[in-house]
Design a protein around this ligand. Structure first.
Ligand code: PLP
Length: 367
């Protein structure tokens, strides 16, 4: 089977973990601090705060920017559930806007329609590894005095006008989950240029305790700390981020070359001024294709080619969110994309032979 995701690691990560084990200090410590410094440098931000996972980092980001109960936060329904759940964790009001079909990211026109005087934040997602529509969405936020929390969980190392993801809004958030472009099993990171937000984030991850005043609690917080074991792996991975992303880009290019002329199949678009890091390489199987998306997915699996649908149902159609009043038809582009998308293996472990086989298999079945 060619897996849809596979972590890229070797003895460097193993040795880094063994060193931490030998040190006897496994919880948050010097590796976490080193990871934060390296991450901030990588993203070009003044601060980075390590958090136990991406979901907790999103929650922390909303707290850090003082999003409170009843504040409206606009996000996309075509994302991993954590994006929306973080808004609910902060007791804010979840407002969805629709997406555009070329990049699967928030549509600025739809966002503009959802803005009210209570809108305090916009939470765009750099889905599949491509930055959101920065110019339009940031301009909307500025006009309406709202902040931007960038969910860059899938997009470490991608850029908009040479600026790295994470640094595109007020606070950016990454996931270091096992399948991400760089990973440490479970992990997260918050980056920002806002000193106060970084300080608030550090308190929030440690039960509201001020960094320099032990056992003094100024506010509600959680245990959202990262371990030095995880940070040791992430430090090694971060060094490799650019070369791992380069391999994904090269694989995506080869897949584009083999698939873009097939009828009814749409290969990924990279918007002007963006670089894409292809956390997922997602094609669309439109009605003009002679086979359905699900038939193609089943066929690929029968031929030992891993593939995935991210995501089979937009968030607003799940019971958890329908209880908030959302209904079918609310976000037609997101609903259509959920029917059409199919992700193919693109990770650095995918070889040229694998790519040739994937292309040949799809060409033979979908012509
Ligand atoms: C877009 C997006 N947001 C948030 C998350 C949550 O990250 P984590 O799984 O590290 O909690 C993920 C990844 O899983 C994600 O892909």
């Amino acid at each position: 089977m060619i897996p849809i995701a596979q972590p890229s690691m070797n003895e460097e990560e193993r040795d880094a973990v063994l060193e931490v084990l030998a040190s006897g200090a496994l919880a948050q410590g010097p590796r976490v601090k080193a990871l934060e410094e390296t991450f901030a440098r990588f993203c070009g931000t003044s601060y980075a705060v390590a958090i136990v996972n991406g979901t907790a980092a999103l929650h922390t980001a909303l707290y850090a920017l003082d999003i409170q109960e009843g504040d409206e936060v606009i996000t996309t329904p075509f994302t991993f559930v954590a994006t929306a759940n973080a808004i609910l964790m902060q007791q804010a009001r979840l407002v969805f806007a629709d997406i555009t079909e070329d990049d699967f990211n928030l549509d600025p026109l739809s966002v503009a329609q959802k803005i009210t005087p209570r809108t305090k934040a916009i939470l765009p997602v750099d889905l599949y590894g491509q930055p959101y529509r920065v110019q339009e969405i940031n301009a909307l936020a500025k006009q309406h005095d709202a902040v931007i929390v960038e969910d860059a969980c899938q997009a470490i190392g991608a850029t908009y006008k040479n600026k790295k993801t994470g640094a595109l809004g007020d606070v950016g958030v990454f996931s270091l989950y096992a399948t991400k472009n760089i990973m440490c099993g479970e992990g997260g990171m918050l980056v920002t240029d806002n000193k106060e937000a970084a300080e608030r984030a550090k308190r929030f991850r440690h039960h509201g305790q001020d960094e320099n005043k032990r056992y003094e609690y100024g506010d509600l917080g959680y245990n959202y700390r990262m371990t030095d074991l995880a940070a040791a792996i992430a430090l090694v991975q971060l060094k490799k981020a650019d070369s791992l992303n380069e391999k994904r880009r090269a694989n995506a290019q080869r897949l584009n070359e083999g698939l873009s002329s097939l009828p009814g199949i749409i290969t990924p678009t990279v918007r002007e001024n963006n670089t894409h890091v292809f956390h997922q390489y997602t094609i669309r199987i439109t009605p003009a294709c002679p086979v359905t998306r699900d038939a193609l997915a089943n066929h690929l699996k029968s031929k030992e080619i891993g593939c995935g649908v991210y995501y089979p149902k937009p968030l607003h159609l799940h019971p958890h969110f329908m209880r908030l009043g959302f209904k079918p038809g609310d976000f037609p582009v997101a609903e259509r994309m959920a029917q059409e998308v199919l992700a193919l293996p693109v990770h650095p472990g995918v070889t040229q032979d694998n790519i040739d086989y994937i292309i040949k298999t799809i060409q033979a079945y979908a012509r």
